[in-house]
Design a protein around this ligand. Structure first.
Ligand SMILES: Nc1ncnc2c1ncn2[C@@H]1O[C@H](COP(=O)(O)OP(=O)(O)OP(=O)(O)O)[C@@H](O)[C@H]1O
Ligand SMILES: CCCCCCCCCCCCC/C=C/[C@@H](O)[C@H](CO)NC(C)=O
Ligand SMILES: [Ca+2]
Length: 566
């Protein structure tokens, strides 16, 4: 293995102990020296490498001067930590960095290094700052929307207490808008916001709030590029701004499935380090009129009915889903219709394999052959949009649920998700068809979402990896053309047009749950838009392992280190 050259190495003090500090390309590492200046025991703070501790520069949040008299320019905590050595070692700096704790959670840790030389300290701060500024993916300026009514109504407090201090610490400026009504964020992004000022948009809230930001950004990007969203076969332009999610909703499935946890501090740190996760988005049309985008669940039947019922119980907070879930389960409705879909060929995964989408996922990085990748412009897509069936499979029947998921939809209720092997950025969605079955059978299927069982291993369930699909209910929907142009009206307490009641649908129809919003039509066309957006996330990380001979360890380096002059 090739060893990396050292850049900087110096001796500092940390908590009365002498340490060797090394800055090699992209890694800051330290290890304790004994009194004779030799390597000693470890200091607990950052991940252990072969003989010490290290942190990647790209996971350093900030580097601040710490005054010798104990006045830290960074935080109160480090000020308290100033010790009796400050008289002898009056110069210090503190590095704030990402530390992984349990269950994919990140925390901001800090370590302070003391020395006797002003210029040594300055050189280190300069070297580290230069490396940090070379990380061009990091946002400097953000536009933040807070939904004060999402989840348990804690969005504002979460942002002010847990997120804003971290952004300030990392030198990120943020313009904050606390939304005053539903769709405030969407409409502001669509028409008003001066997006040139920002490196990213952050939503504080749940999946519904994320959906507002998604719709605002995608619509704005298409109108800036003269693309008509109403054309189902339009080649949509990917958004240039990244989206960050600070979870403060009821399900927060998009945050959970892209980061691995619903934790505001972890999300804020992913934003600060400028992580980037591309994501597929489903575009949903009815009779060539654009309805909505979806990134998580598009569910007809069971999940549509749960949502319709739960919207009337918004005052209950997150518990509304449990109550409506039980009620919908007991009513055991099924719906007739036909589903046509275009199977995704030439992918290296399938919905029943065990290839879970994780950070750096190779399934998402796989380049499909030209046939599949060019499906956007293909004849099949044209035929699909014209209502034809070339290359398409058609399934007719009675369904308890028809679900489509662009990604796993993992969330605290279902840690592996609706489709555990779906991928965030492979250009496909998993289409899950649950046919009419017994109550007990459906209960078993649902229960397996919460445990290790395979929810697809039932005779009445089938799952297909698709690039697009269409649903046509058996009985025609009683809607007029004027209804098509407007999405359902929303109030502070949710969507007003409940599909089974106020829109005049019979029991023959359910409604579509589109990322937590009710769609006004049962007959829809869906097309997966590969990697349309990017999140400040990196996908769920596998646990990190360091081996003794880890070649990336800065202690496995060649000599030739520059010693900065003291
Ligand atoms: N100021 C506001 N007043 C009323 N509704 C709002 C406001 N701001 C946003 N909304 C709407 O509130 C709805 C729910 O918000 P959000 O997604 O944040 O929380 P949630 O529904 O509790 O969580 P989840 O979507 O994760 O289940 C969204 O559809 C959003 O459009
Ligand atoms: C008998 C036990 C039954 C447990 C059933 C658990 C099934 C949970 C599956 C949850 C999937 C959630 C997918 C996410 C959807 C979101 O888009 C949406 C908006 O937040 N949330 C819901 C609940 O519709
Ligand atoms: Ca996908």
């Amino acid at each position: 293995m090739e060893k990396q050259p050292r850049l900087f190495s110096s001796e500092f003090f940390h908590k009365n102990r002498q340490v060797e500090l090394v800055l090699s390309r992209g890694v800051l590492a330290w290890r304790e020296l004994d009194k004779g200046g030799k390597r000693g025991s470890d200091i607990k703070s950052a991940p252990e490498t072969a003989h010490g501790h290290s942190v990647q520069v790209c996971e350093i949040v900030a580097v601040h001067k710490t005054e010798g008299d104990g006045k830290d320019q960074g935080s109160n905590r480090s000020r308290k930590k100033a010790n009796k050595h400050v008289l002898l070692l009056p110069y210090a700096f503190t590095a704030f960095f990402v530390r992984r704790t349990q269950q994919h959670q990140w925390r901001c840790s800090e370590i302070t290094f003391h020395c006797a030389s002003h210029s040594l300290r300055e050189q280190w701060i300069q070297a580290l700052s230069e490396q940090l500024s070379s990380l061009t993916n990091r946002p400097k300026s953000l536009l933040v929307y807070i939904n004060p009514y999402g989840g348990k109504r804690r969005g504002k407090r979460i942002y002010e207490q847990k997120v804003a201090p971290l952004f300030r610490h990392a030198g990120i400026s943020a313009d904050v808008i606390v939304t005053e009504y539903a769709n405030h964020a969407r409409d502001h992004l669509k028409t008003e916001a001066n997006l040139d000022k920002y490196d990213g948009v952050v939503c504080v809230g749940g999946d519904g709030m994320f959906s507002e930001v998604l719709h605002g950004l995608v619509a704005r990007t298409q109108s800036d590029h003269g693309v008509d969203q109403n054309q189902p076969d339009a080649q949509l332009v990917p958004c240039s701004l990244h989206i960050g999610i600070i979870p403060a909703g009821s399900t927060d499935c998009i945050c959970f499935a892209t980061i691995g946890t619903n934790d505001p501090v972890t999300s804020a740190l992913h934003i600060i380090v400028g992580d980037s996760q591309p994501m597929d988005v489903c575009s949903v049309h009815h009779s060539d009129i654009f309805l909505r985008y979806s990134v998580s669940l598009l569910g007809y039947g069971f999940y549509g009915d749960v949502l319709t019922d739960s919207e009337r119980k918004r005052w209950l907070g997150p518990a509304r889903y449990d109550l409506s879930g039980v009620k919908t389960f007991l009513s055991h409705n099924y719906y007739e219709g036909s589903v046509s879909f275009l199977p995704a060929e030439d992918t290296i995964g399938n919905p029943r394999d065990k290839l879970r989408c994780r950070s750096g996922c190779h399934v998402c990085q796989h380049k499909p052959s030209s046939k599949d990748s060019e499906w956007d412009m293909s004849e099949e897509k044209e035929k699909f949009n014209e209502g034809g069936s070339g290359g398409w499979s058609v399934i007719r029947g009675k369904f308890i649920a028809i679900n489509a998921a662009c990604m796993s939809c993992a969330c605290p209720r279902s840690p592996k998700g609706l489709s555990p092997s779906a991928h965030l950025a492979d250009g496909t969605a998993d289409l899950i068809l649950v046919r009419k079955c017994s109550r007990l059978g459906f209960f078993r299927h649902l229960l397996r979402h919460t445990n290790k069982g395979d929810q697809f291993d039932h005779a009445f369930v089938e799952v297909h990896r698709v690039r697009g699909f269409r649903f046509q209910p058996r009985h025609q929907e009683p809607v007029s053309l004027e209804d098509l142009s407007e999405a359902p009206k929303k109030t502070r307490f949710g969507t007003m047009c409940s599909a089974q009641t106020t829109c005049g649908y019979g029991a023959a129809h359910s409604s579509w749950n589109c990322d937590g919003e009710i769609l006004p039509h049962a007959a829809i066309q869906v097309s997966v838009q590969s990697r349309l957006i990017r999140l400040f996330a990196r996908g769920i990380e596998e646990p990190q392992r360091f081996t003794f001979e880890d070649p990336s360890s800065p202690w496995a380096l060649e000599p030739g280190t520059q010693q900065p002059a003291a």
